[in-house]
Design a protein around this ligand. Structure first.
Ligand code: ATP
Ligand code: MG
Length: 213
């Protein structure tokens, strides 16, 4: 497609991306929280935004349905990054990936005695790598949301999830027992588009880079 298509997810990424896009002279014409439109025009005639699920952003950019996108490190690790350049860490949507368990569960002791642990998570790739590196035997149980429920309902001993303030964990009587990595969102670029549309994309990437806090 001509012009530039940018894939974004609703919510925190959209909100925190607005100032970065504004620095490139790009202002979305509508608020995706209010409009049901999935393709949103912008103040620039040659730039449009497509609204997709956070975990679908890398897929749109990989296949060139979007030239640019913004996705969390968590999502990028699970996707694998094929076909993508990741030129900028935008320092937005900051949080951390961690292991959490019920307050009464002695996670460290279970690990020490080599117990096999059931871990519920949306982040299978990150969890597999983390526990393999520690030599902990785990059964990974894939969930798509509300990971905090899993230990309370007896589905798993612990979870791997994203945490920022910790209030969701606290509300469910879970504690963070291990930090795995810090997470922020990155700009991703379709590799072919970066070559074919360099004159169009490069100034946008440079303007976004200049606006990173
Ligand atoms: P969906 O709601 O479509 O299942 P999601 O929950 O991953 O997807 P968001 O909650 O909008 O979507 O999260 C988007 C990105 O923001 C995540 O991929 C992650 O990088 C980051 N993020 C998630 N939770 C937090 C948080 N509590 N604080 C800061 N950043 C977060
Ligand atoms: Mg969410």
């Amino acid at each position: 497609m001509n012009g530039i298509t940018i894939a974004l997810s609703k919510g925190r990424i959209f909100e925190e991306t607005l100032p970065l896009l504004a620095a490139a002279g790009i202002v979305p014409a509508e608020d995706p929280e209010k409009s049901r439109k999935l393709i949103i025009g912008t103040s620039r005639e040659d730039v449009r935004v497509v609204i997709v699920r956070a975990s679908d952003v890398p897929t749109y950019v990989q296949y060139g349905a979007a030239d640019l996108g913004i996705a969390g490190k968590d999502v990028l690790i699970e996707h694998g990054g094929a076909g993508l350049y990741q030129p900028l860490d935008l320092n937005i949507a900051r949080c951390r990936m961690c292991v959490a368990a019920p307050a009464g569960f002695d996670y460290a002791a279970a690990v020490r005695r080599g117990a096999r642990l059931r871990i519920a998570t949306k982040y299978i790739a990150v969890a597999r790598e983390h526990f393999a590196a520690k030599g902990v035997h785990v059964d990974l149980i894939k969930l798509y949301g509300s990971m905090e429920l899993a230990p309370l309902a007896g589905l798993a001993e612990a979870i791997v999830d994203l945490v920022s303030s910790g209030s969701t964990l606290k509300a469910n009587k879970l504690v963070e027992v291990e930090e795995i990595m810090s997470i922020s969102s990155r700009l991703i670029v379709n590799q072919a588009a970066l070559k074919m549309k360099r004159e169009l994309l490069q100034p946008v990437i440079a303007a976004i880079e200049g606006a990173i806090k």
